[in-house]
Design a protein around this ligand. Sequence first.
Ligand code: GLN
Length: 488
Amino acid sequence: MTISNASPVTLSTLSAALHNRELSSVELTTDYLNRIERHSDLNAFITVDPDSALKQAEEADRSIATGNPGPMTGIPIAHKDIFCTQGMATTCGSKMLEKYISPYDATVVERLKQAGAVTLGKTNMDEFAMGSSNENSFFGAVSNPWDKNRVPGGSSGGSAAAVAAGISPAATGTDTGGSIRQPASFCGLTGLKPTYGRVSRWGMIAFASSLDQAGPITRTAEDAAIMLGIMAGFDQRDSTSVERAVPDYRAALDDSLDGLTIGLPREYFDQGLDSEVGDAVERALHQLQSQGVRTVEIELPNSMLGIPCYYVIAPAEASSNLARFDGVRYGYRADNYQDLNELYCRSRTEGFGPEVRRRIMIGTYALSAGYYDAYYLKAQKLRRLIANDFEQAFAHCDLIVGPTAPTTAFRIGAKTHDPVSMYLNDIYTNAANLAGLPALSIPCGLDSQNLPIGLQLVGNYFDESRLLNVAHRFQIESDHHLQQPTKV
Ligand code: GLN
């Protein structure tokens, strides 16, 4: 078997080819390493480690030969550079951690390794996962393979660009306010943010701890089911991980959609939504209706307060989490300083980029005595109202569907001078983080510029199986997920 460029390669086909000995992991890994090099102009990777990847591939080939392979044995993947990887740089897209080498693997990395996956390297990302375009990386912007003058979305932009360009079969990402779903939407991929607590955050560099979740970025819902099954599960090292059995996510993929009720939030189809995105979402809904689902209109009256609520809570938590980068213990340290205060000031000013500094300032302000009640406490109350809206909506429907992002991928540089317009990218995504609900984005068409459009499915707590089931049935009867960029 050779890896074709004509149709997208999935984890399930690669796994079958490896098990049937149509190709070896060393051949496959070498092929992907070459592809990464050929597409270095995308800037999708921060670190690539060919020696370590090939060593892991040799080991995978041995375990296939001895008839003892795991579910992903021999399949190369990439990790967002927010996950700690033992012996390999973990930068989080920041100068602050440019030289940081973790002494341990994140739980997500460890589990995928145990399942046999080969790590190709670490993907580019917005610094400390703050951003919607991947332009906030210390290591430079990432290009969208569909149009290299456009952003791939963020903050998991490197992961999405790598999978869309076919230089990694799948990748991990993290999602605090939309950072898996929005890049998946911009790059024509399937991206899943699990229920808060479903996947361990241990070894994942913290941005906003009550919102952060890791998940897969893949070609298909079936591939997302394979990866989630490996990534999910209780971890005693993360006190917020939930002790609950992990279902076989593949088992329910083919379930019939008959009798399923989809809620359509009126608020998600209002002004601000690009008309081509709206039309593609409508067509996707018609398809789902023809496959047996019923639709009902629902209300999420507080959902549009998600942006102000999120942009108080996330920076507040970030300001606390990022206090550890003080230039003393680890990370970047400034060269010239007179005293301890200057050491802190210079190290943090030089080590963090402008967006991270902005968030630390906002968060510190919102948490300070005198403003805490007016901002942080208020935002926490709003967060409760947003979660209550979902609870009420799920009394009338099984899942909620709408657009993932208000537009398709925008041009590099188009929003860098206007943070608020950048923040508005999360308008449909961050409510799921605030409520802790699982949500997924799948491709549902291309706009007139040939750019992918994403459809978002939000489920009830721990209902990932249902999201994957609906996404899989949708993909069986459509070819949006098979479209590939032609320019790369
Ligand atoms: N765009 C959002 C932000 O900048 C979401 C980021 C994320 O999900 N990591 O905070």
